[in-house]
Design a protein around this ligand. Structure first.
Ligand SMILES: [Zn+2]
Length: 260
């Protein structure tokens, strides 16, 4: 797991699996852990990472309900989890889904975990909206289209955007179950103004991006989505896994071909 500092109040840890990112943000004595690394040793290390940097975990946030972003409670078992109302609705509709998906991943890759996943107390946050932290406020922006739910988090005093599963340097836009091309494009349009003002963008998967590079990836993604099902994959994202995501996107857009 790689850990970097973006600002005196912002750390990012990146998992060895899928380069899933975990962002830790602090104001005064409070810190929130946004999303999570995936592997047991990374989760075990996370409290020490915070402690060494002088951060104290006051709560967890998750950008959306996909299981690989929801594992913060394995590192901080007592912490409450704040999510967008749309994400809370997804978790309520199928409370065991994340646990089952984690177990399926663990079975496939022979991963042992010291404890089962329990999401505990889930707090639904109004989005768009704000979330107080110390003497500051995080801005919460709707970010659906990849899935039916989600939020992006803007950290105003550090000019950092935690984008959720959008604007990734390693993953093409993925229209999952419950997601849609139109909603995905609307989210990218909403995020564009934030990206333009951002020092850094933290994608759900992949390395942290400087603002200008994130803006270029955002434009590539808009172009890709607008041209589906005929779109070509961006140059840097053409591996086998990306082609499989692309095939899935093509099938989904053919099912509901409404133009953006
Ligand atoms: Zn993800």
């Amino acid at each position: 797991m790689r850990v970097i500092g973006l600002h005196s109040d912002v750390l990012v840890a990146t998992s060895r699996i899928w380069q899933t990112t975990c962002t830790i943000v602090r104001s005064e004595g409070e810190s929130f852990v946004i999303d999570s690394p995936v592997l047991p040793d990374e989760l075990e290390l996370l409290p020490a990472v915070l402690e060494r940097a002088g951060f104290h975990c006051s709560g967890l946030l998750a950008t959306h309900a996909d299981w690989d972003h929801l594992l913060g409670r394995l590192a901080f078992p007592g912490a409450a989890l704040g999510v967008a109302e749309t994400t809370a609705a997804r978790l309520t509709a199928d409370p065991g889904l994340a646990t089952r998906q984690m177990r399926a991943f663990d079975d496939e890759h022979y991963v042992d975990r010291p404890a089962p996943l329990s999401l505990g107390q889930v707090q639904a946050l109004p989005v768009p909206g704000h979330c107080e932290i110390g003497g500051e406020e995080l801005e919460l922006h709707a970010a659906d289209g990849h899935t039916a739910d989600g939020m992006a988090i803007w950290i105003p005093w550090a000019r950092v955007l935690v984008a959720g599963d959008y604007i990734s340097p390693v993953e093409v836009p993925m229209i999952s179950d419950g997601g849609s091309r139109d909603a995905y494009l609307a989210t990218l349009r909403r995020l564009e103004a934030l990206v333009d003002g951002a020092a850094y963008v933290v994608p759900g998967h992949g390395e942290v991006l400087e603002g200008a590079r994130a803006a270029a990836i955002l434009r590539e993604d808009v172009n890709y989505l607008a041209k589906l099902p005929e779109a070509e994959l961006p140059m840097a994202r053409r591996g086998e896994a990306q082609r499989a995501i692309h095939a899935h996107n093509v099938a989904r857009v053919r099912q509901s071909p409404a133009a953006p």
